[in-house]
Design a protein around this ligand. Sequence first.
Ligand code: UDP
Length: 313
Amino acid sequence: MNRILVTGGAGFLGSNLCARLLQNPENQVTVLDNLFTGRKSNIEPFLQNPRFRFIEGDVKQWQDIPCDQIYNAACPASPPAYQKSPTDTTKTCIFGVLNMLELAKKYNATLLQFSTSEVYGDPEVHPQVETYRGCVNPIGIRSCYDEGKRCAEALCFDYHREFGVKIKVIRIFNTYGPNMDPEDGRVVSNFIMQALRGQDLTVYGDGTQTRSFQYVDDLIEGIVRMMNDSRPDFLGPVNLGNPGEFTMLELAQKVLQHTGSQSKLVFKPLPGDDPTRRRADITVAKRELKGWEPKIALDEGLEKSIAYFRTLV
Ligand code: UDP
C-alpha cells in the first residue's frame, strides 16, 4: 500500500486530487484539513471508502501521520480568503510546510509542495519562467500569501540540501473547475455564480488585466506525474498552468456566452497589488513530465464548470 497524506484535502484542489488518487487501489489516502476554506461536502463521496481517512486538524500543529507521500496543499488560496486572517495565512504556509517536512524526514516520504504563480508577484517577465525570481511587494495585502509561499519553497529546498529530504515543488497558475467554493471570491466562481443568478458581473479595475486559466483535471495530471517522477534530483520548481492568456473582460464575455445570461458588467476598484499580467511558461513541464500539457481549453472547461455551479444555485 502507498500511504498518501493530502493536507488541505477537503479544498478545491485537494479533493480533486483525492478523487484521482483513490482510483488506484494501491493508494491509501489520509486528508488533514481544518475546514477553514475546505468543505466537508467535497470529501463526502470518499468517506465510505476503506482506503480513505479524514482527520479534522490543522497543519500548523504537529501531527504524527505515517506516510510515503505528502501533498501539501493546505492554505487558503483565494485573495479574499487568505486576506481574512493574513497572519494565519503566513503561519499556515510556514508552520504547515515545516511540519510536513519534519514528517517527510521522519518517514523518508516525498513531499510535494503546492506553490503558486504568486511567487512571481506582479511580474516584469512575461510569460513567467521558473528562473524568474519575481516582483513581490513584501508589505502589501497579498504578501501574507506570496511571501508565505516563497518562504515555504525556501524551506523545502533547505530541508533537501541540509537533511536530504525528498521534495518536489510545483507552481500552480489560476485553476478552476468542480469543487470550487461558489463563494470563495475568485474571478471564475464569482462570474459564473453572478451570471447564473442574474446579477451584475463584478469586473475589478478596467478588466484588462490578464490571467491564464487551467482546468483542474489538467493540473491534477501534472501534479501526479511530478510526484511519481523517480529522478531524485528532479525537484522543480515546475510551472503548471494553461498558457492561454485572457483579460477579465474576455473571461466575462465567455461566461455570459456559455451561461446564456443577460447579466451586465459592473466595474469595481482594483484591489491593491493585483498583478497586471500573468501567463504560464510551461516549457519545463512539457519537457520533464513526459510531455504533459493542458488538454482542456477555456471554453470546454467553462462548460464543465458551469454544469457544476448550476447544481449549487
Ligand atoms: N477579479 C474580478 N472580479 C471578481 C474577482 C476577481 O475582476 O469578481 C479579478 C481580480 O482583480 C484579478 C483577476 O480577476 O485581476 C483574478 O482574480 P482571482 O482572485 O481569481 O485570482 P488571482 O488574483 O489570485 O490571480
